[in-house]
Design a protein around this ligand. Structure first.
Ligand code: ARG
Length: 459
């Protein structure tokens, strides 16, 4: 059978190779629920404006729902000559109810149909990702109470910088994933506009009601320009970008924990349920889940590049190139959801190695900046304090001791302003307790944020 999209204008039949080349049913089948929902709304609107009768609408609706159950049960045969999911469903309708089925495509094109379907698919997928992010945030939050007495070295340049509460560390990721959720919400507003009714490119001469289909399909509104809408895939790009940022957060976190779980760091134990062994080295417990998360993030970011390149040279309006948006789009969502679903239990089940961390907390002069600020509080200009503390640290390094192990006299030799109360700011614990600023690792600040997040995340 020839493709229903080939009208009477064609005098030659389709080359078989084109059929296989042009089909998208192998990957857009997963839009069938959105497509059927969109078609039912469209038919209902056609009946309200009098383009089809109420009886015809009822017949179309019943048959589409029947086709939907067959698709649910994977019983609708695939035929490449029908190209995509839209034509498979429409043809199945026509095969069953003939001319009434032939009316469904009134005032509609596959161009607005596919855009509408993808928008409905994305908004649902965004909601799923948002839920996964919420679960992951809760996993991070669940660590804050139990680990409140643990301190960690904070790093810049992967060199030891300043001490922080472990809970401050857990909250840091909650913030990142919150921004991801805000990006999702913002992106969703632009996704959730109805394309249905712009028809192919210029609109239609038929008296349709786009607001009605938009309302039936729970869109926030209708797109304003048919030419723009027919060509627009910004909402696909934006979604892929939002997912890429999530991927970068997950990838950085994975890298961090891969390092932290080494013998060299020994900061964290990842649950064995998420590790794998080696076929030759019996001692190995490898953090493969995290490595795969780091690796899969490349796919998500690569998909964004694919999509950017796909649209960059397209003149208005619809071009068949746009069919190629689906594999990278679907892959990005599938990948991110899988990554997030594994991240939450890993965060929940991993164990900070408190003894190992504590035994090395006084290494690396994490309290040097606190000492400098202590001197500033005594009235010393920052640049001078910075220089003098550097010299004091240099001496401690030479002697291979912590700052708190230096004698008062040897510190005073560098800065006579120093008195015995200096010891109150030295050592990681004192240093952490000395913080006061908003957003810092000050224990009172961290406690307050934990309480706020508990309320926001509903735990
Ligand atoms: N399968 C096509 C896609 O995904 C649907 C739109 C086809 N439109 C057309 N004018 N050939 O983009």
């Amino acid at each position: 059978m020839e493709s229903p999209s080939r009208s009477g204008v064609f005098q030659a039949s389709t080359d078989e190779r084109l059929e296989a080349y042009a089909e998208s049913i192998s990957f857009d089948r997963r839009l069938y629920r959105q497509d059927i929902r969109g078609s039912i709304a469209h038919a209902q609107m056609l009946s309200t404006v009098g383009l089809i009768t109420k009886e015809e609408f009822a017949q179309i609706q019943d048959t589409l729902l029947q086709i939907q159950s067959e698709l649910d049960a994977d019983k609708l045969p695939i035929r490449f000559e029908l190209e995509d999911i839209h034509m498979h469903i429409e043809q199945a309708l026509i095969d069953r109810i003939g001319d009434v089925g032939r009316k469904l495509h009134t005032a509609r094109s596959r161009n607005d149909q596919v855009s509408t379907d993808v928008r409905m698919w994305i908004r649902e997928a965004l909601d799923t990702v948002d839920q996964c992010l919420h679960d992951l945030q809760r996993a991070f939050l669940s660590r804050c109470e139990g680990d409140f007495d643990i301190m960690l070295p904070a790093y810049t340049h992967l060199q030891r910088a300043q001490p922080v509460l472990a809970s401050h560390y857990w909250l840091a990721y909650i913030e990142k994933f919150q921004r991801d959720r805000e990006r999702i919400a913002d992106c969703r507003r632009r996704v959730n506009q109805s394309s249905l009714g712009i028809a192919a490119v210029a609109g239609t001469t038929l008296p349709i009601d786009r607001e009605q289909t938009a309302a039936l399909l729970e869109f926030d509104g209708v797109t304003a320009n048919s030419l723009d809408t027919s060509s627009d895939r910004d909402f696909v790009l934006e979604s892929a970008f939002v997912l890429s940022v999530i991927a970068s957060h997950l990838s950085g976190w994975s890298e961090e924990w891969i390092l932290w779980s080494t013998v060299e760091f020994n900061f964290i134990k990842i649950p064995q349920a998420f590790c794998t062994g080696s076929s030759i080295m019996p001692q190995k417990v490898n953090p493969d889940t995290l490595e795969l998360t780091r690796g899969k993030s490349a796919r998500v970011m690569g998909n964004l590049q694919t999509l950017m390149l796909l649209v960059k040279n397209l003149p208005l309006a619809y071009n068949r190139d746009l069919q190629e948006d689906k594999p990278p789009l679907f892959d990005s969502f599938d990948t991110i959801i899988a990554m997030l679903e594994l991240a939450a239990p890993i965060v929940q089940g991993s164990v900070l190695q408190r003894d190992s961390i504590a035994s090395r907390l006084e290494k690396g002069y994490l309290d040097a900046t606190t000492l400098m600020e202590w001197m500033i509080k005594k009235g010393m200009p920052q640049r001078k304090a910075h220089h003098l503390v550097g010299a004091i640290v240099g001496e401690a390094m030479e002697k291979d001791v912590a700052l708190s192990d230096l004698s008062l006299e040897s510190m005073q030799a560098h800065a006579p302003e120093i008195d015995a109360s200096v010891f109150e700011c030295l050592g990681s614990e004192n240093a952490v307790n000395a913080f006061v600023s908003y957003g810092s690792t000050a224990p009172t600040q961290v406690k307050r944020q934990m309480a706020q997040w508990a309320e926001r995340l509903g735990s």
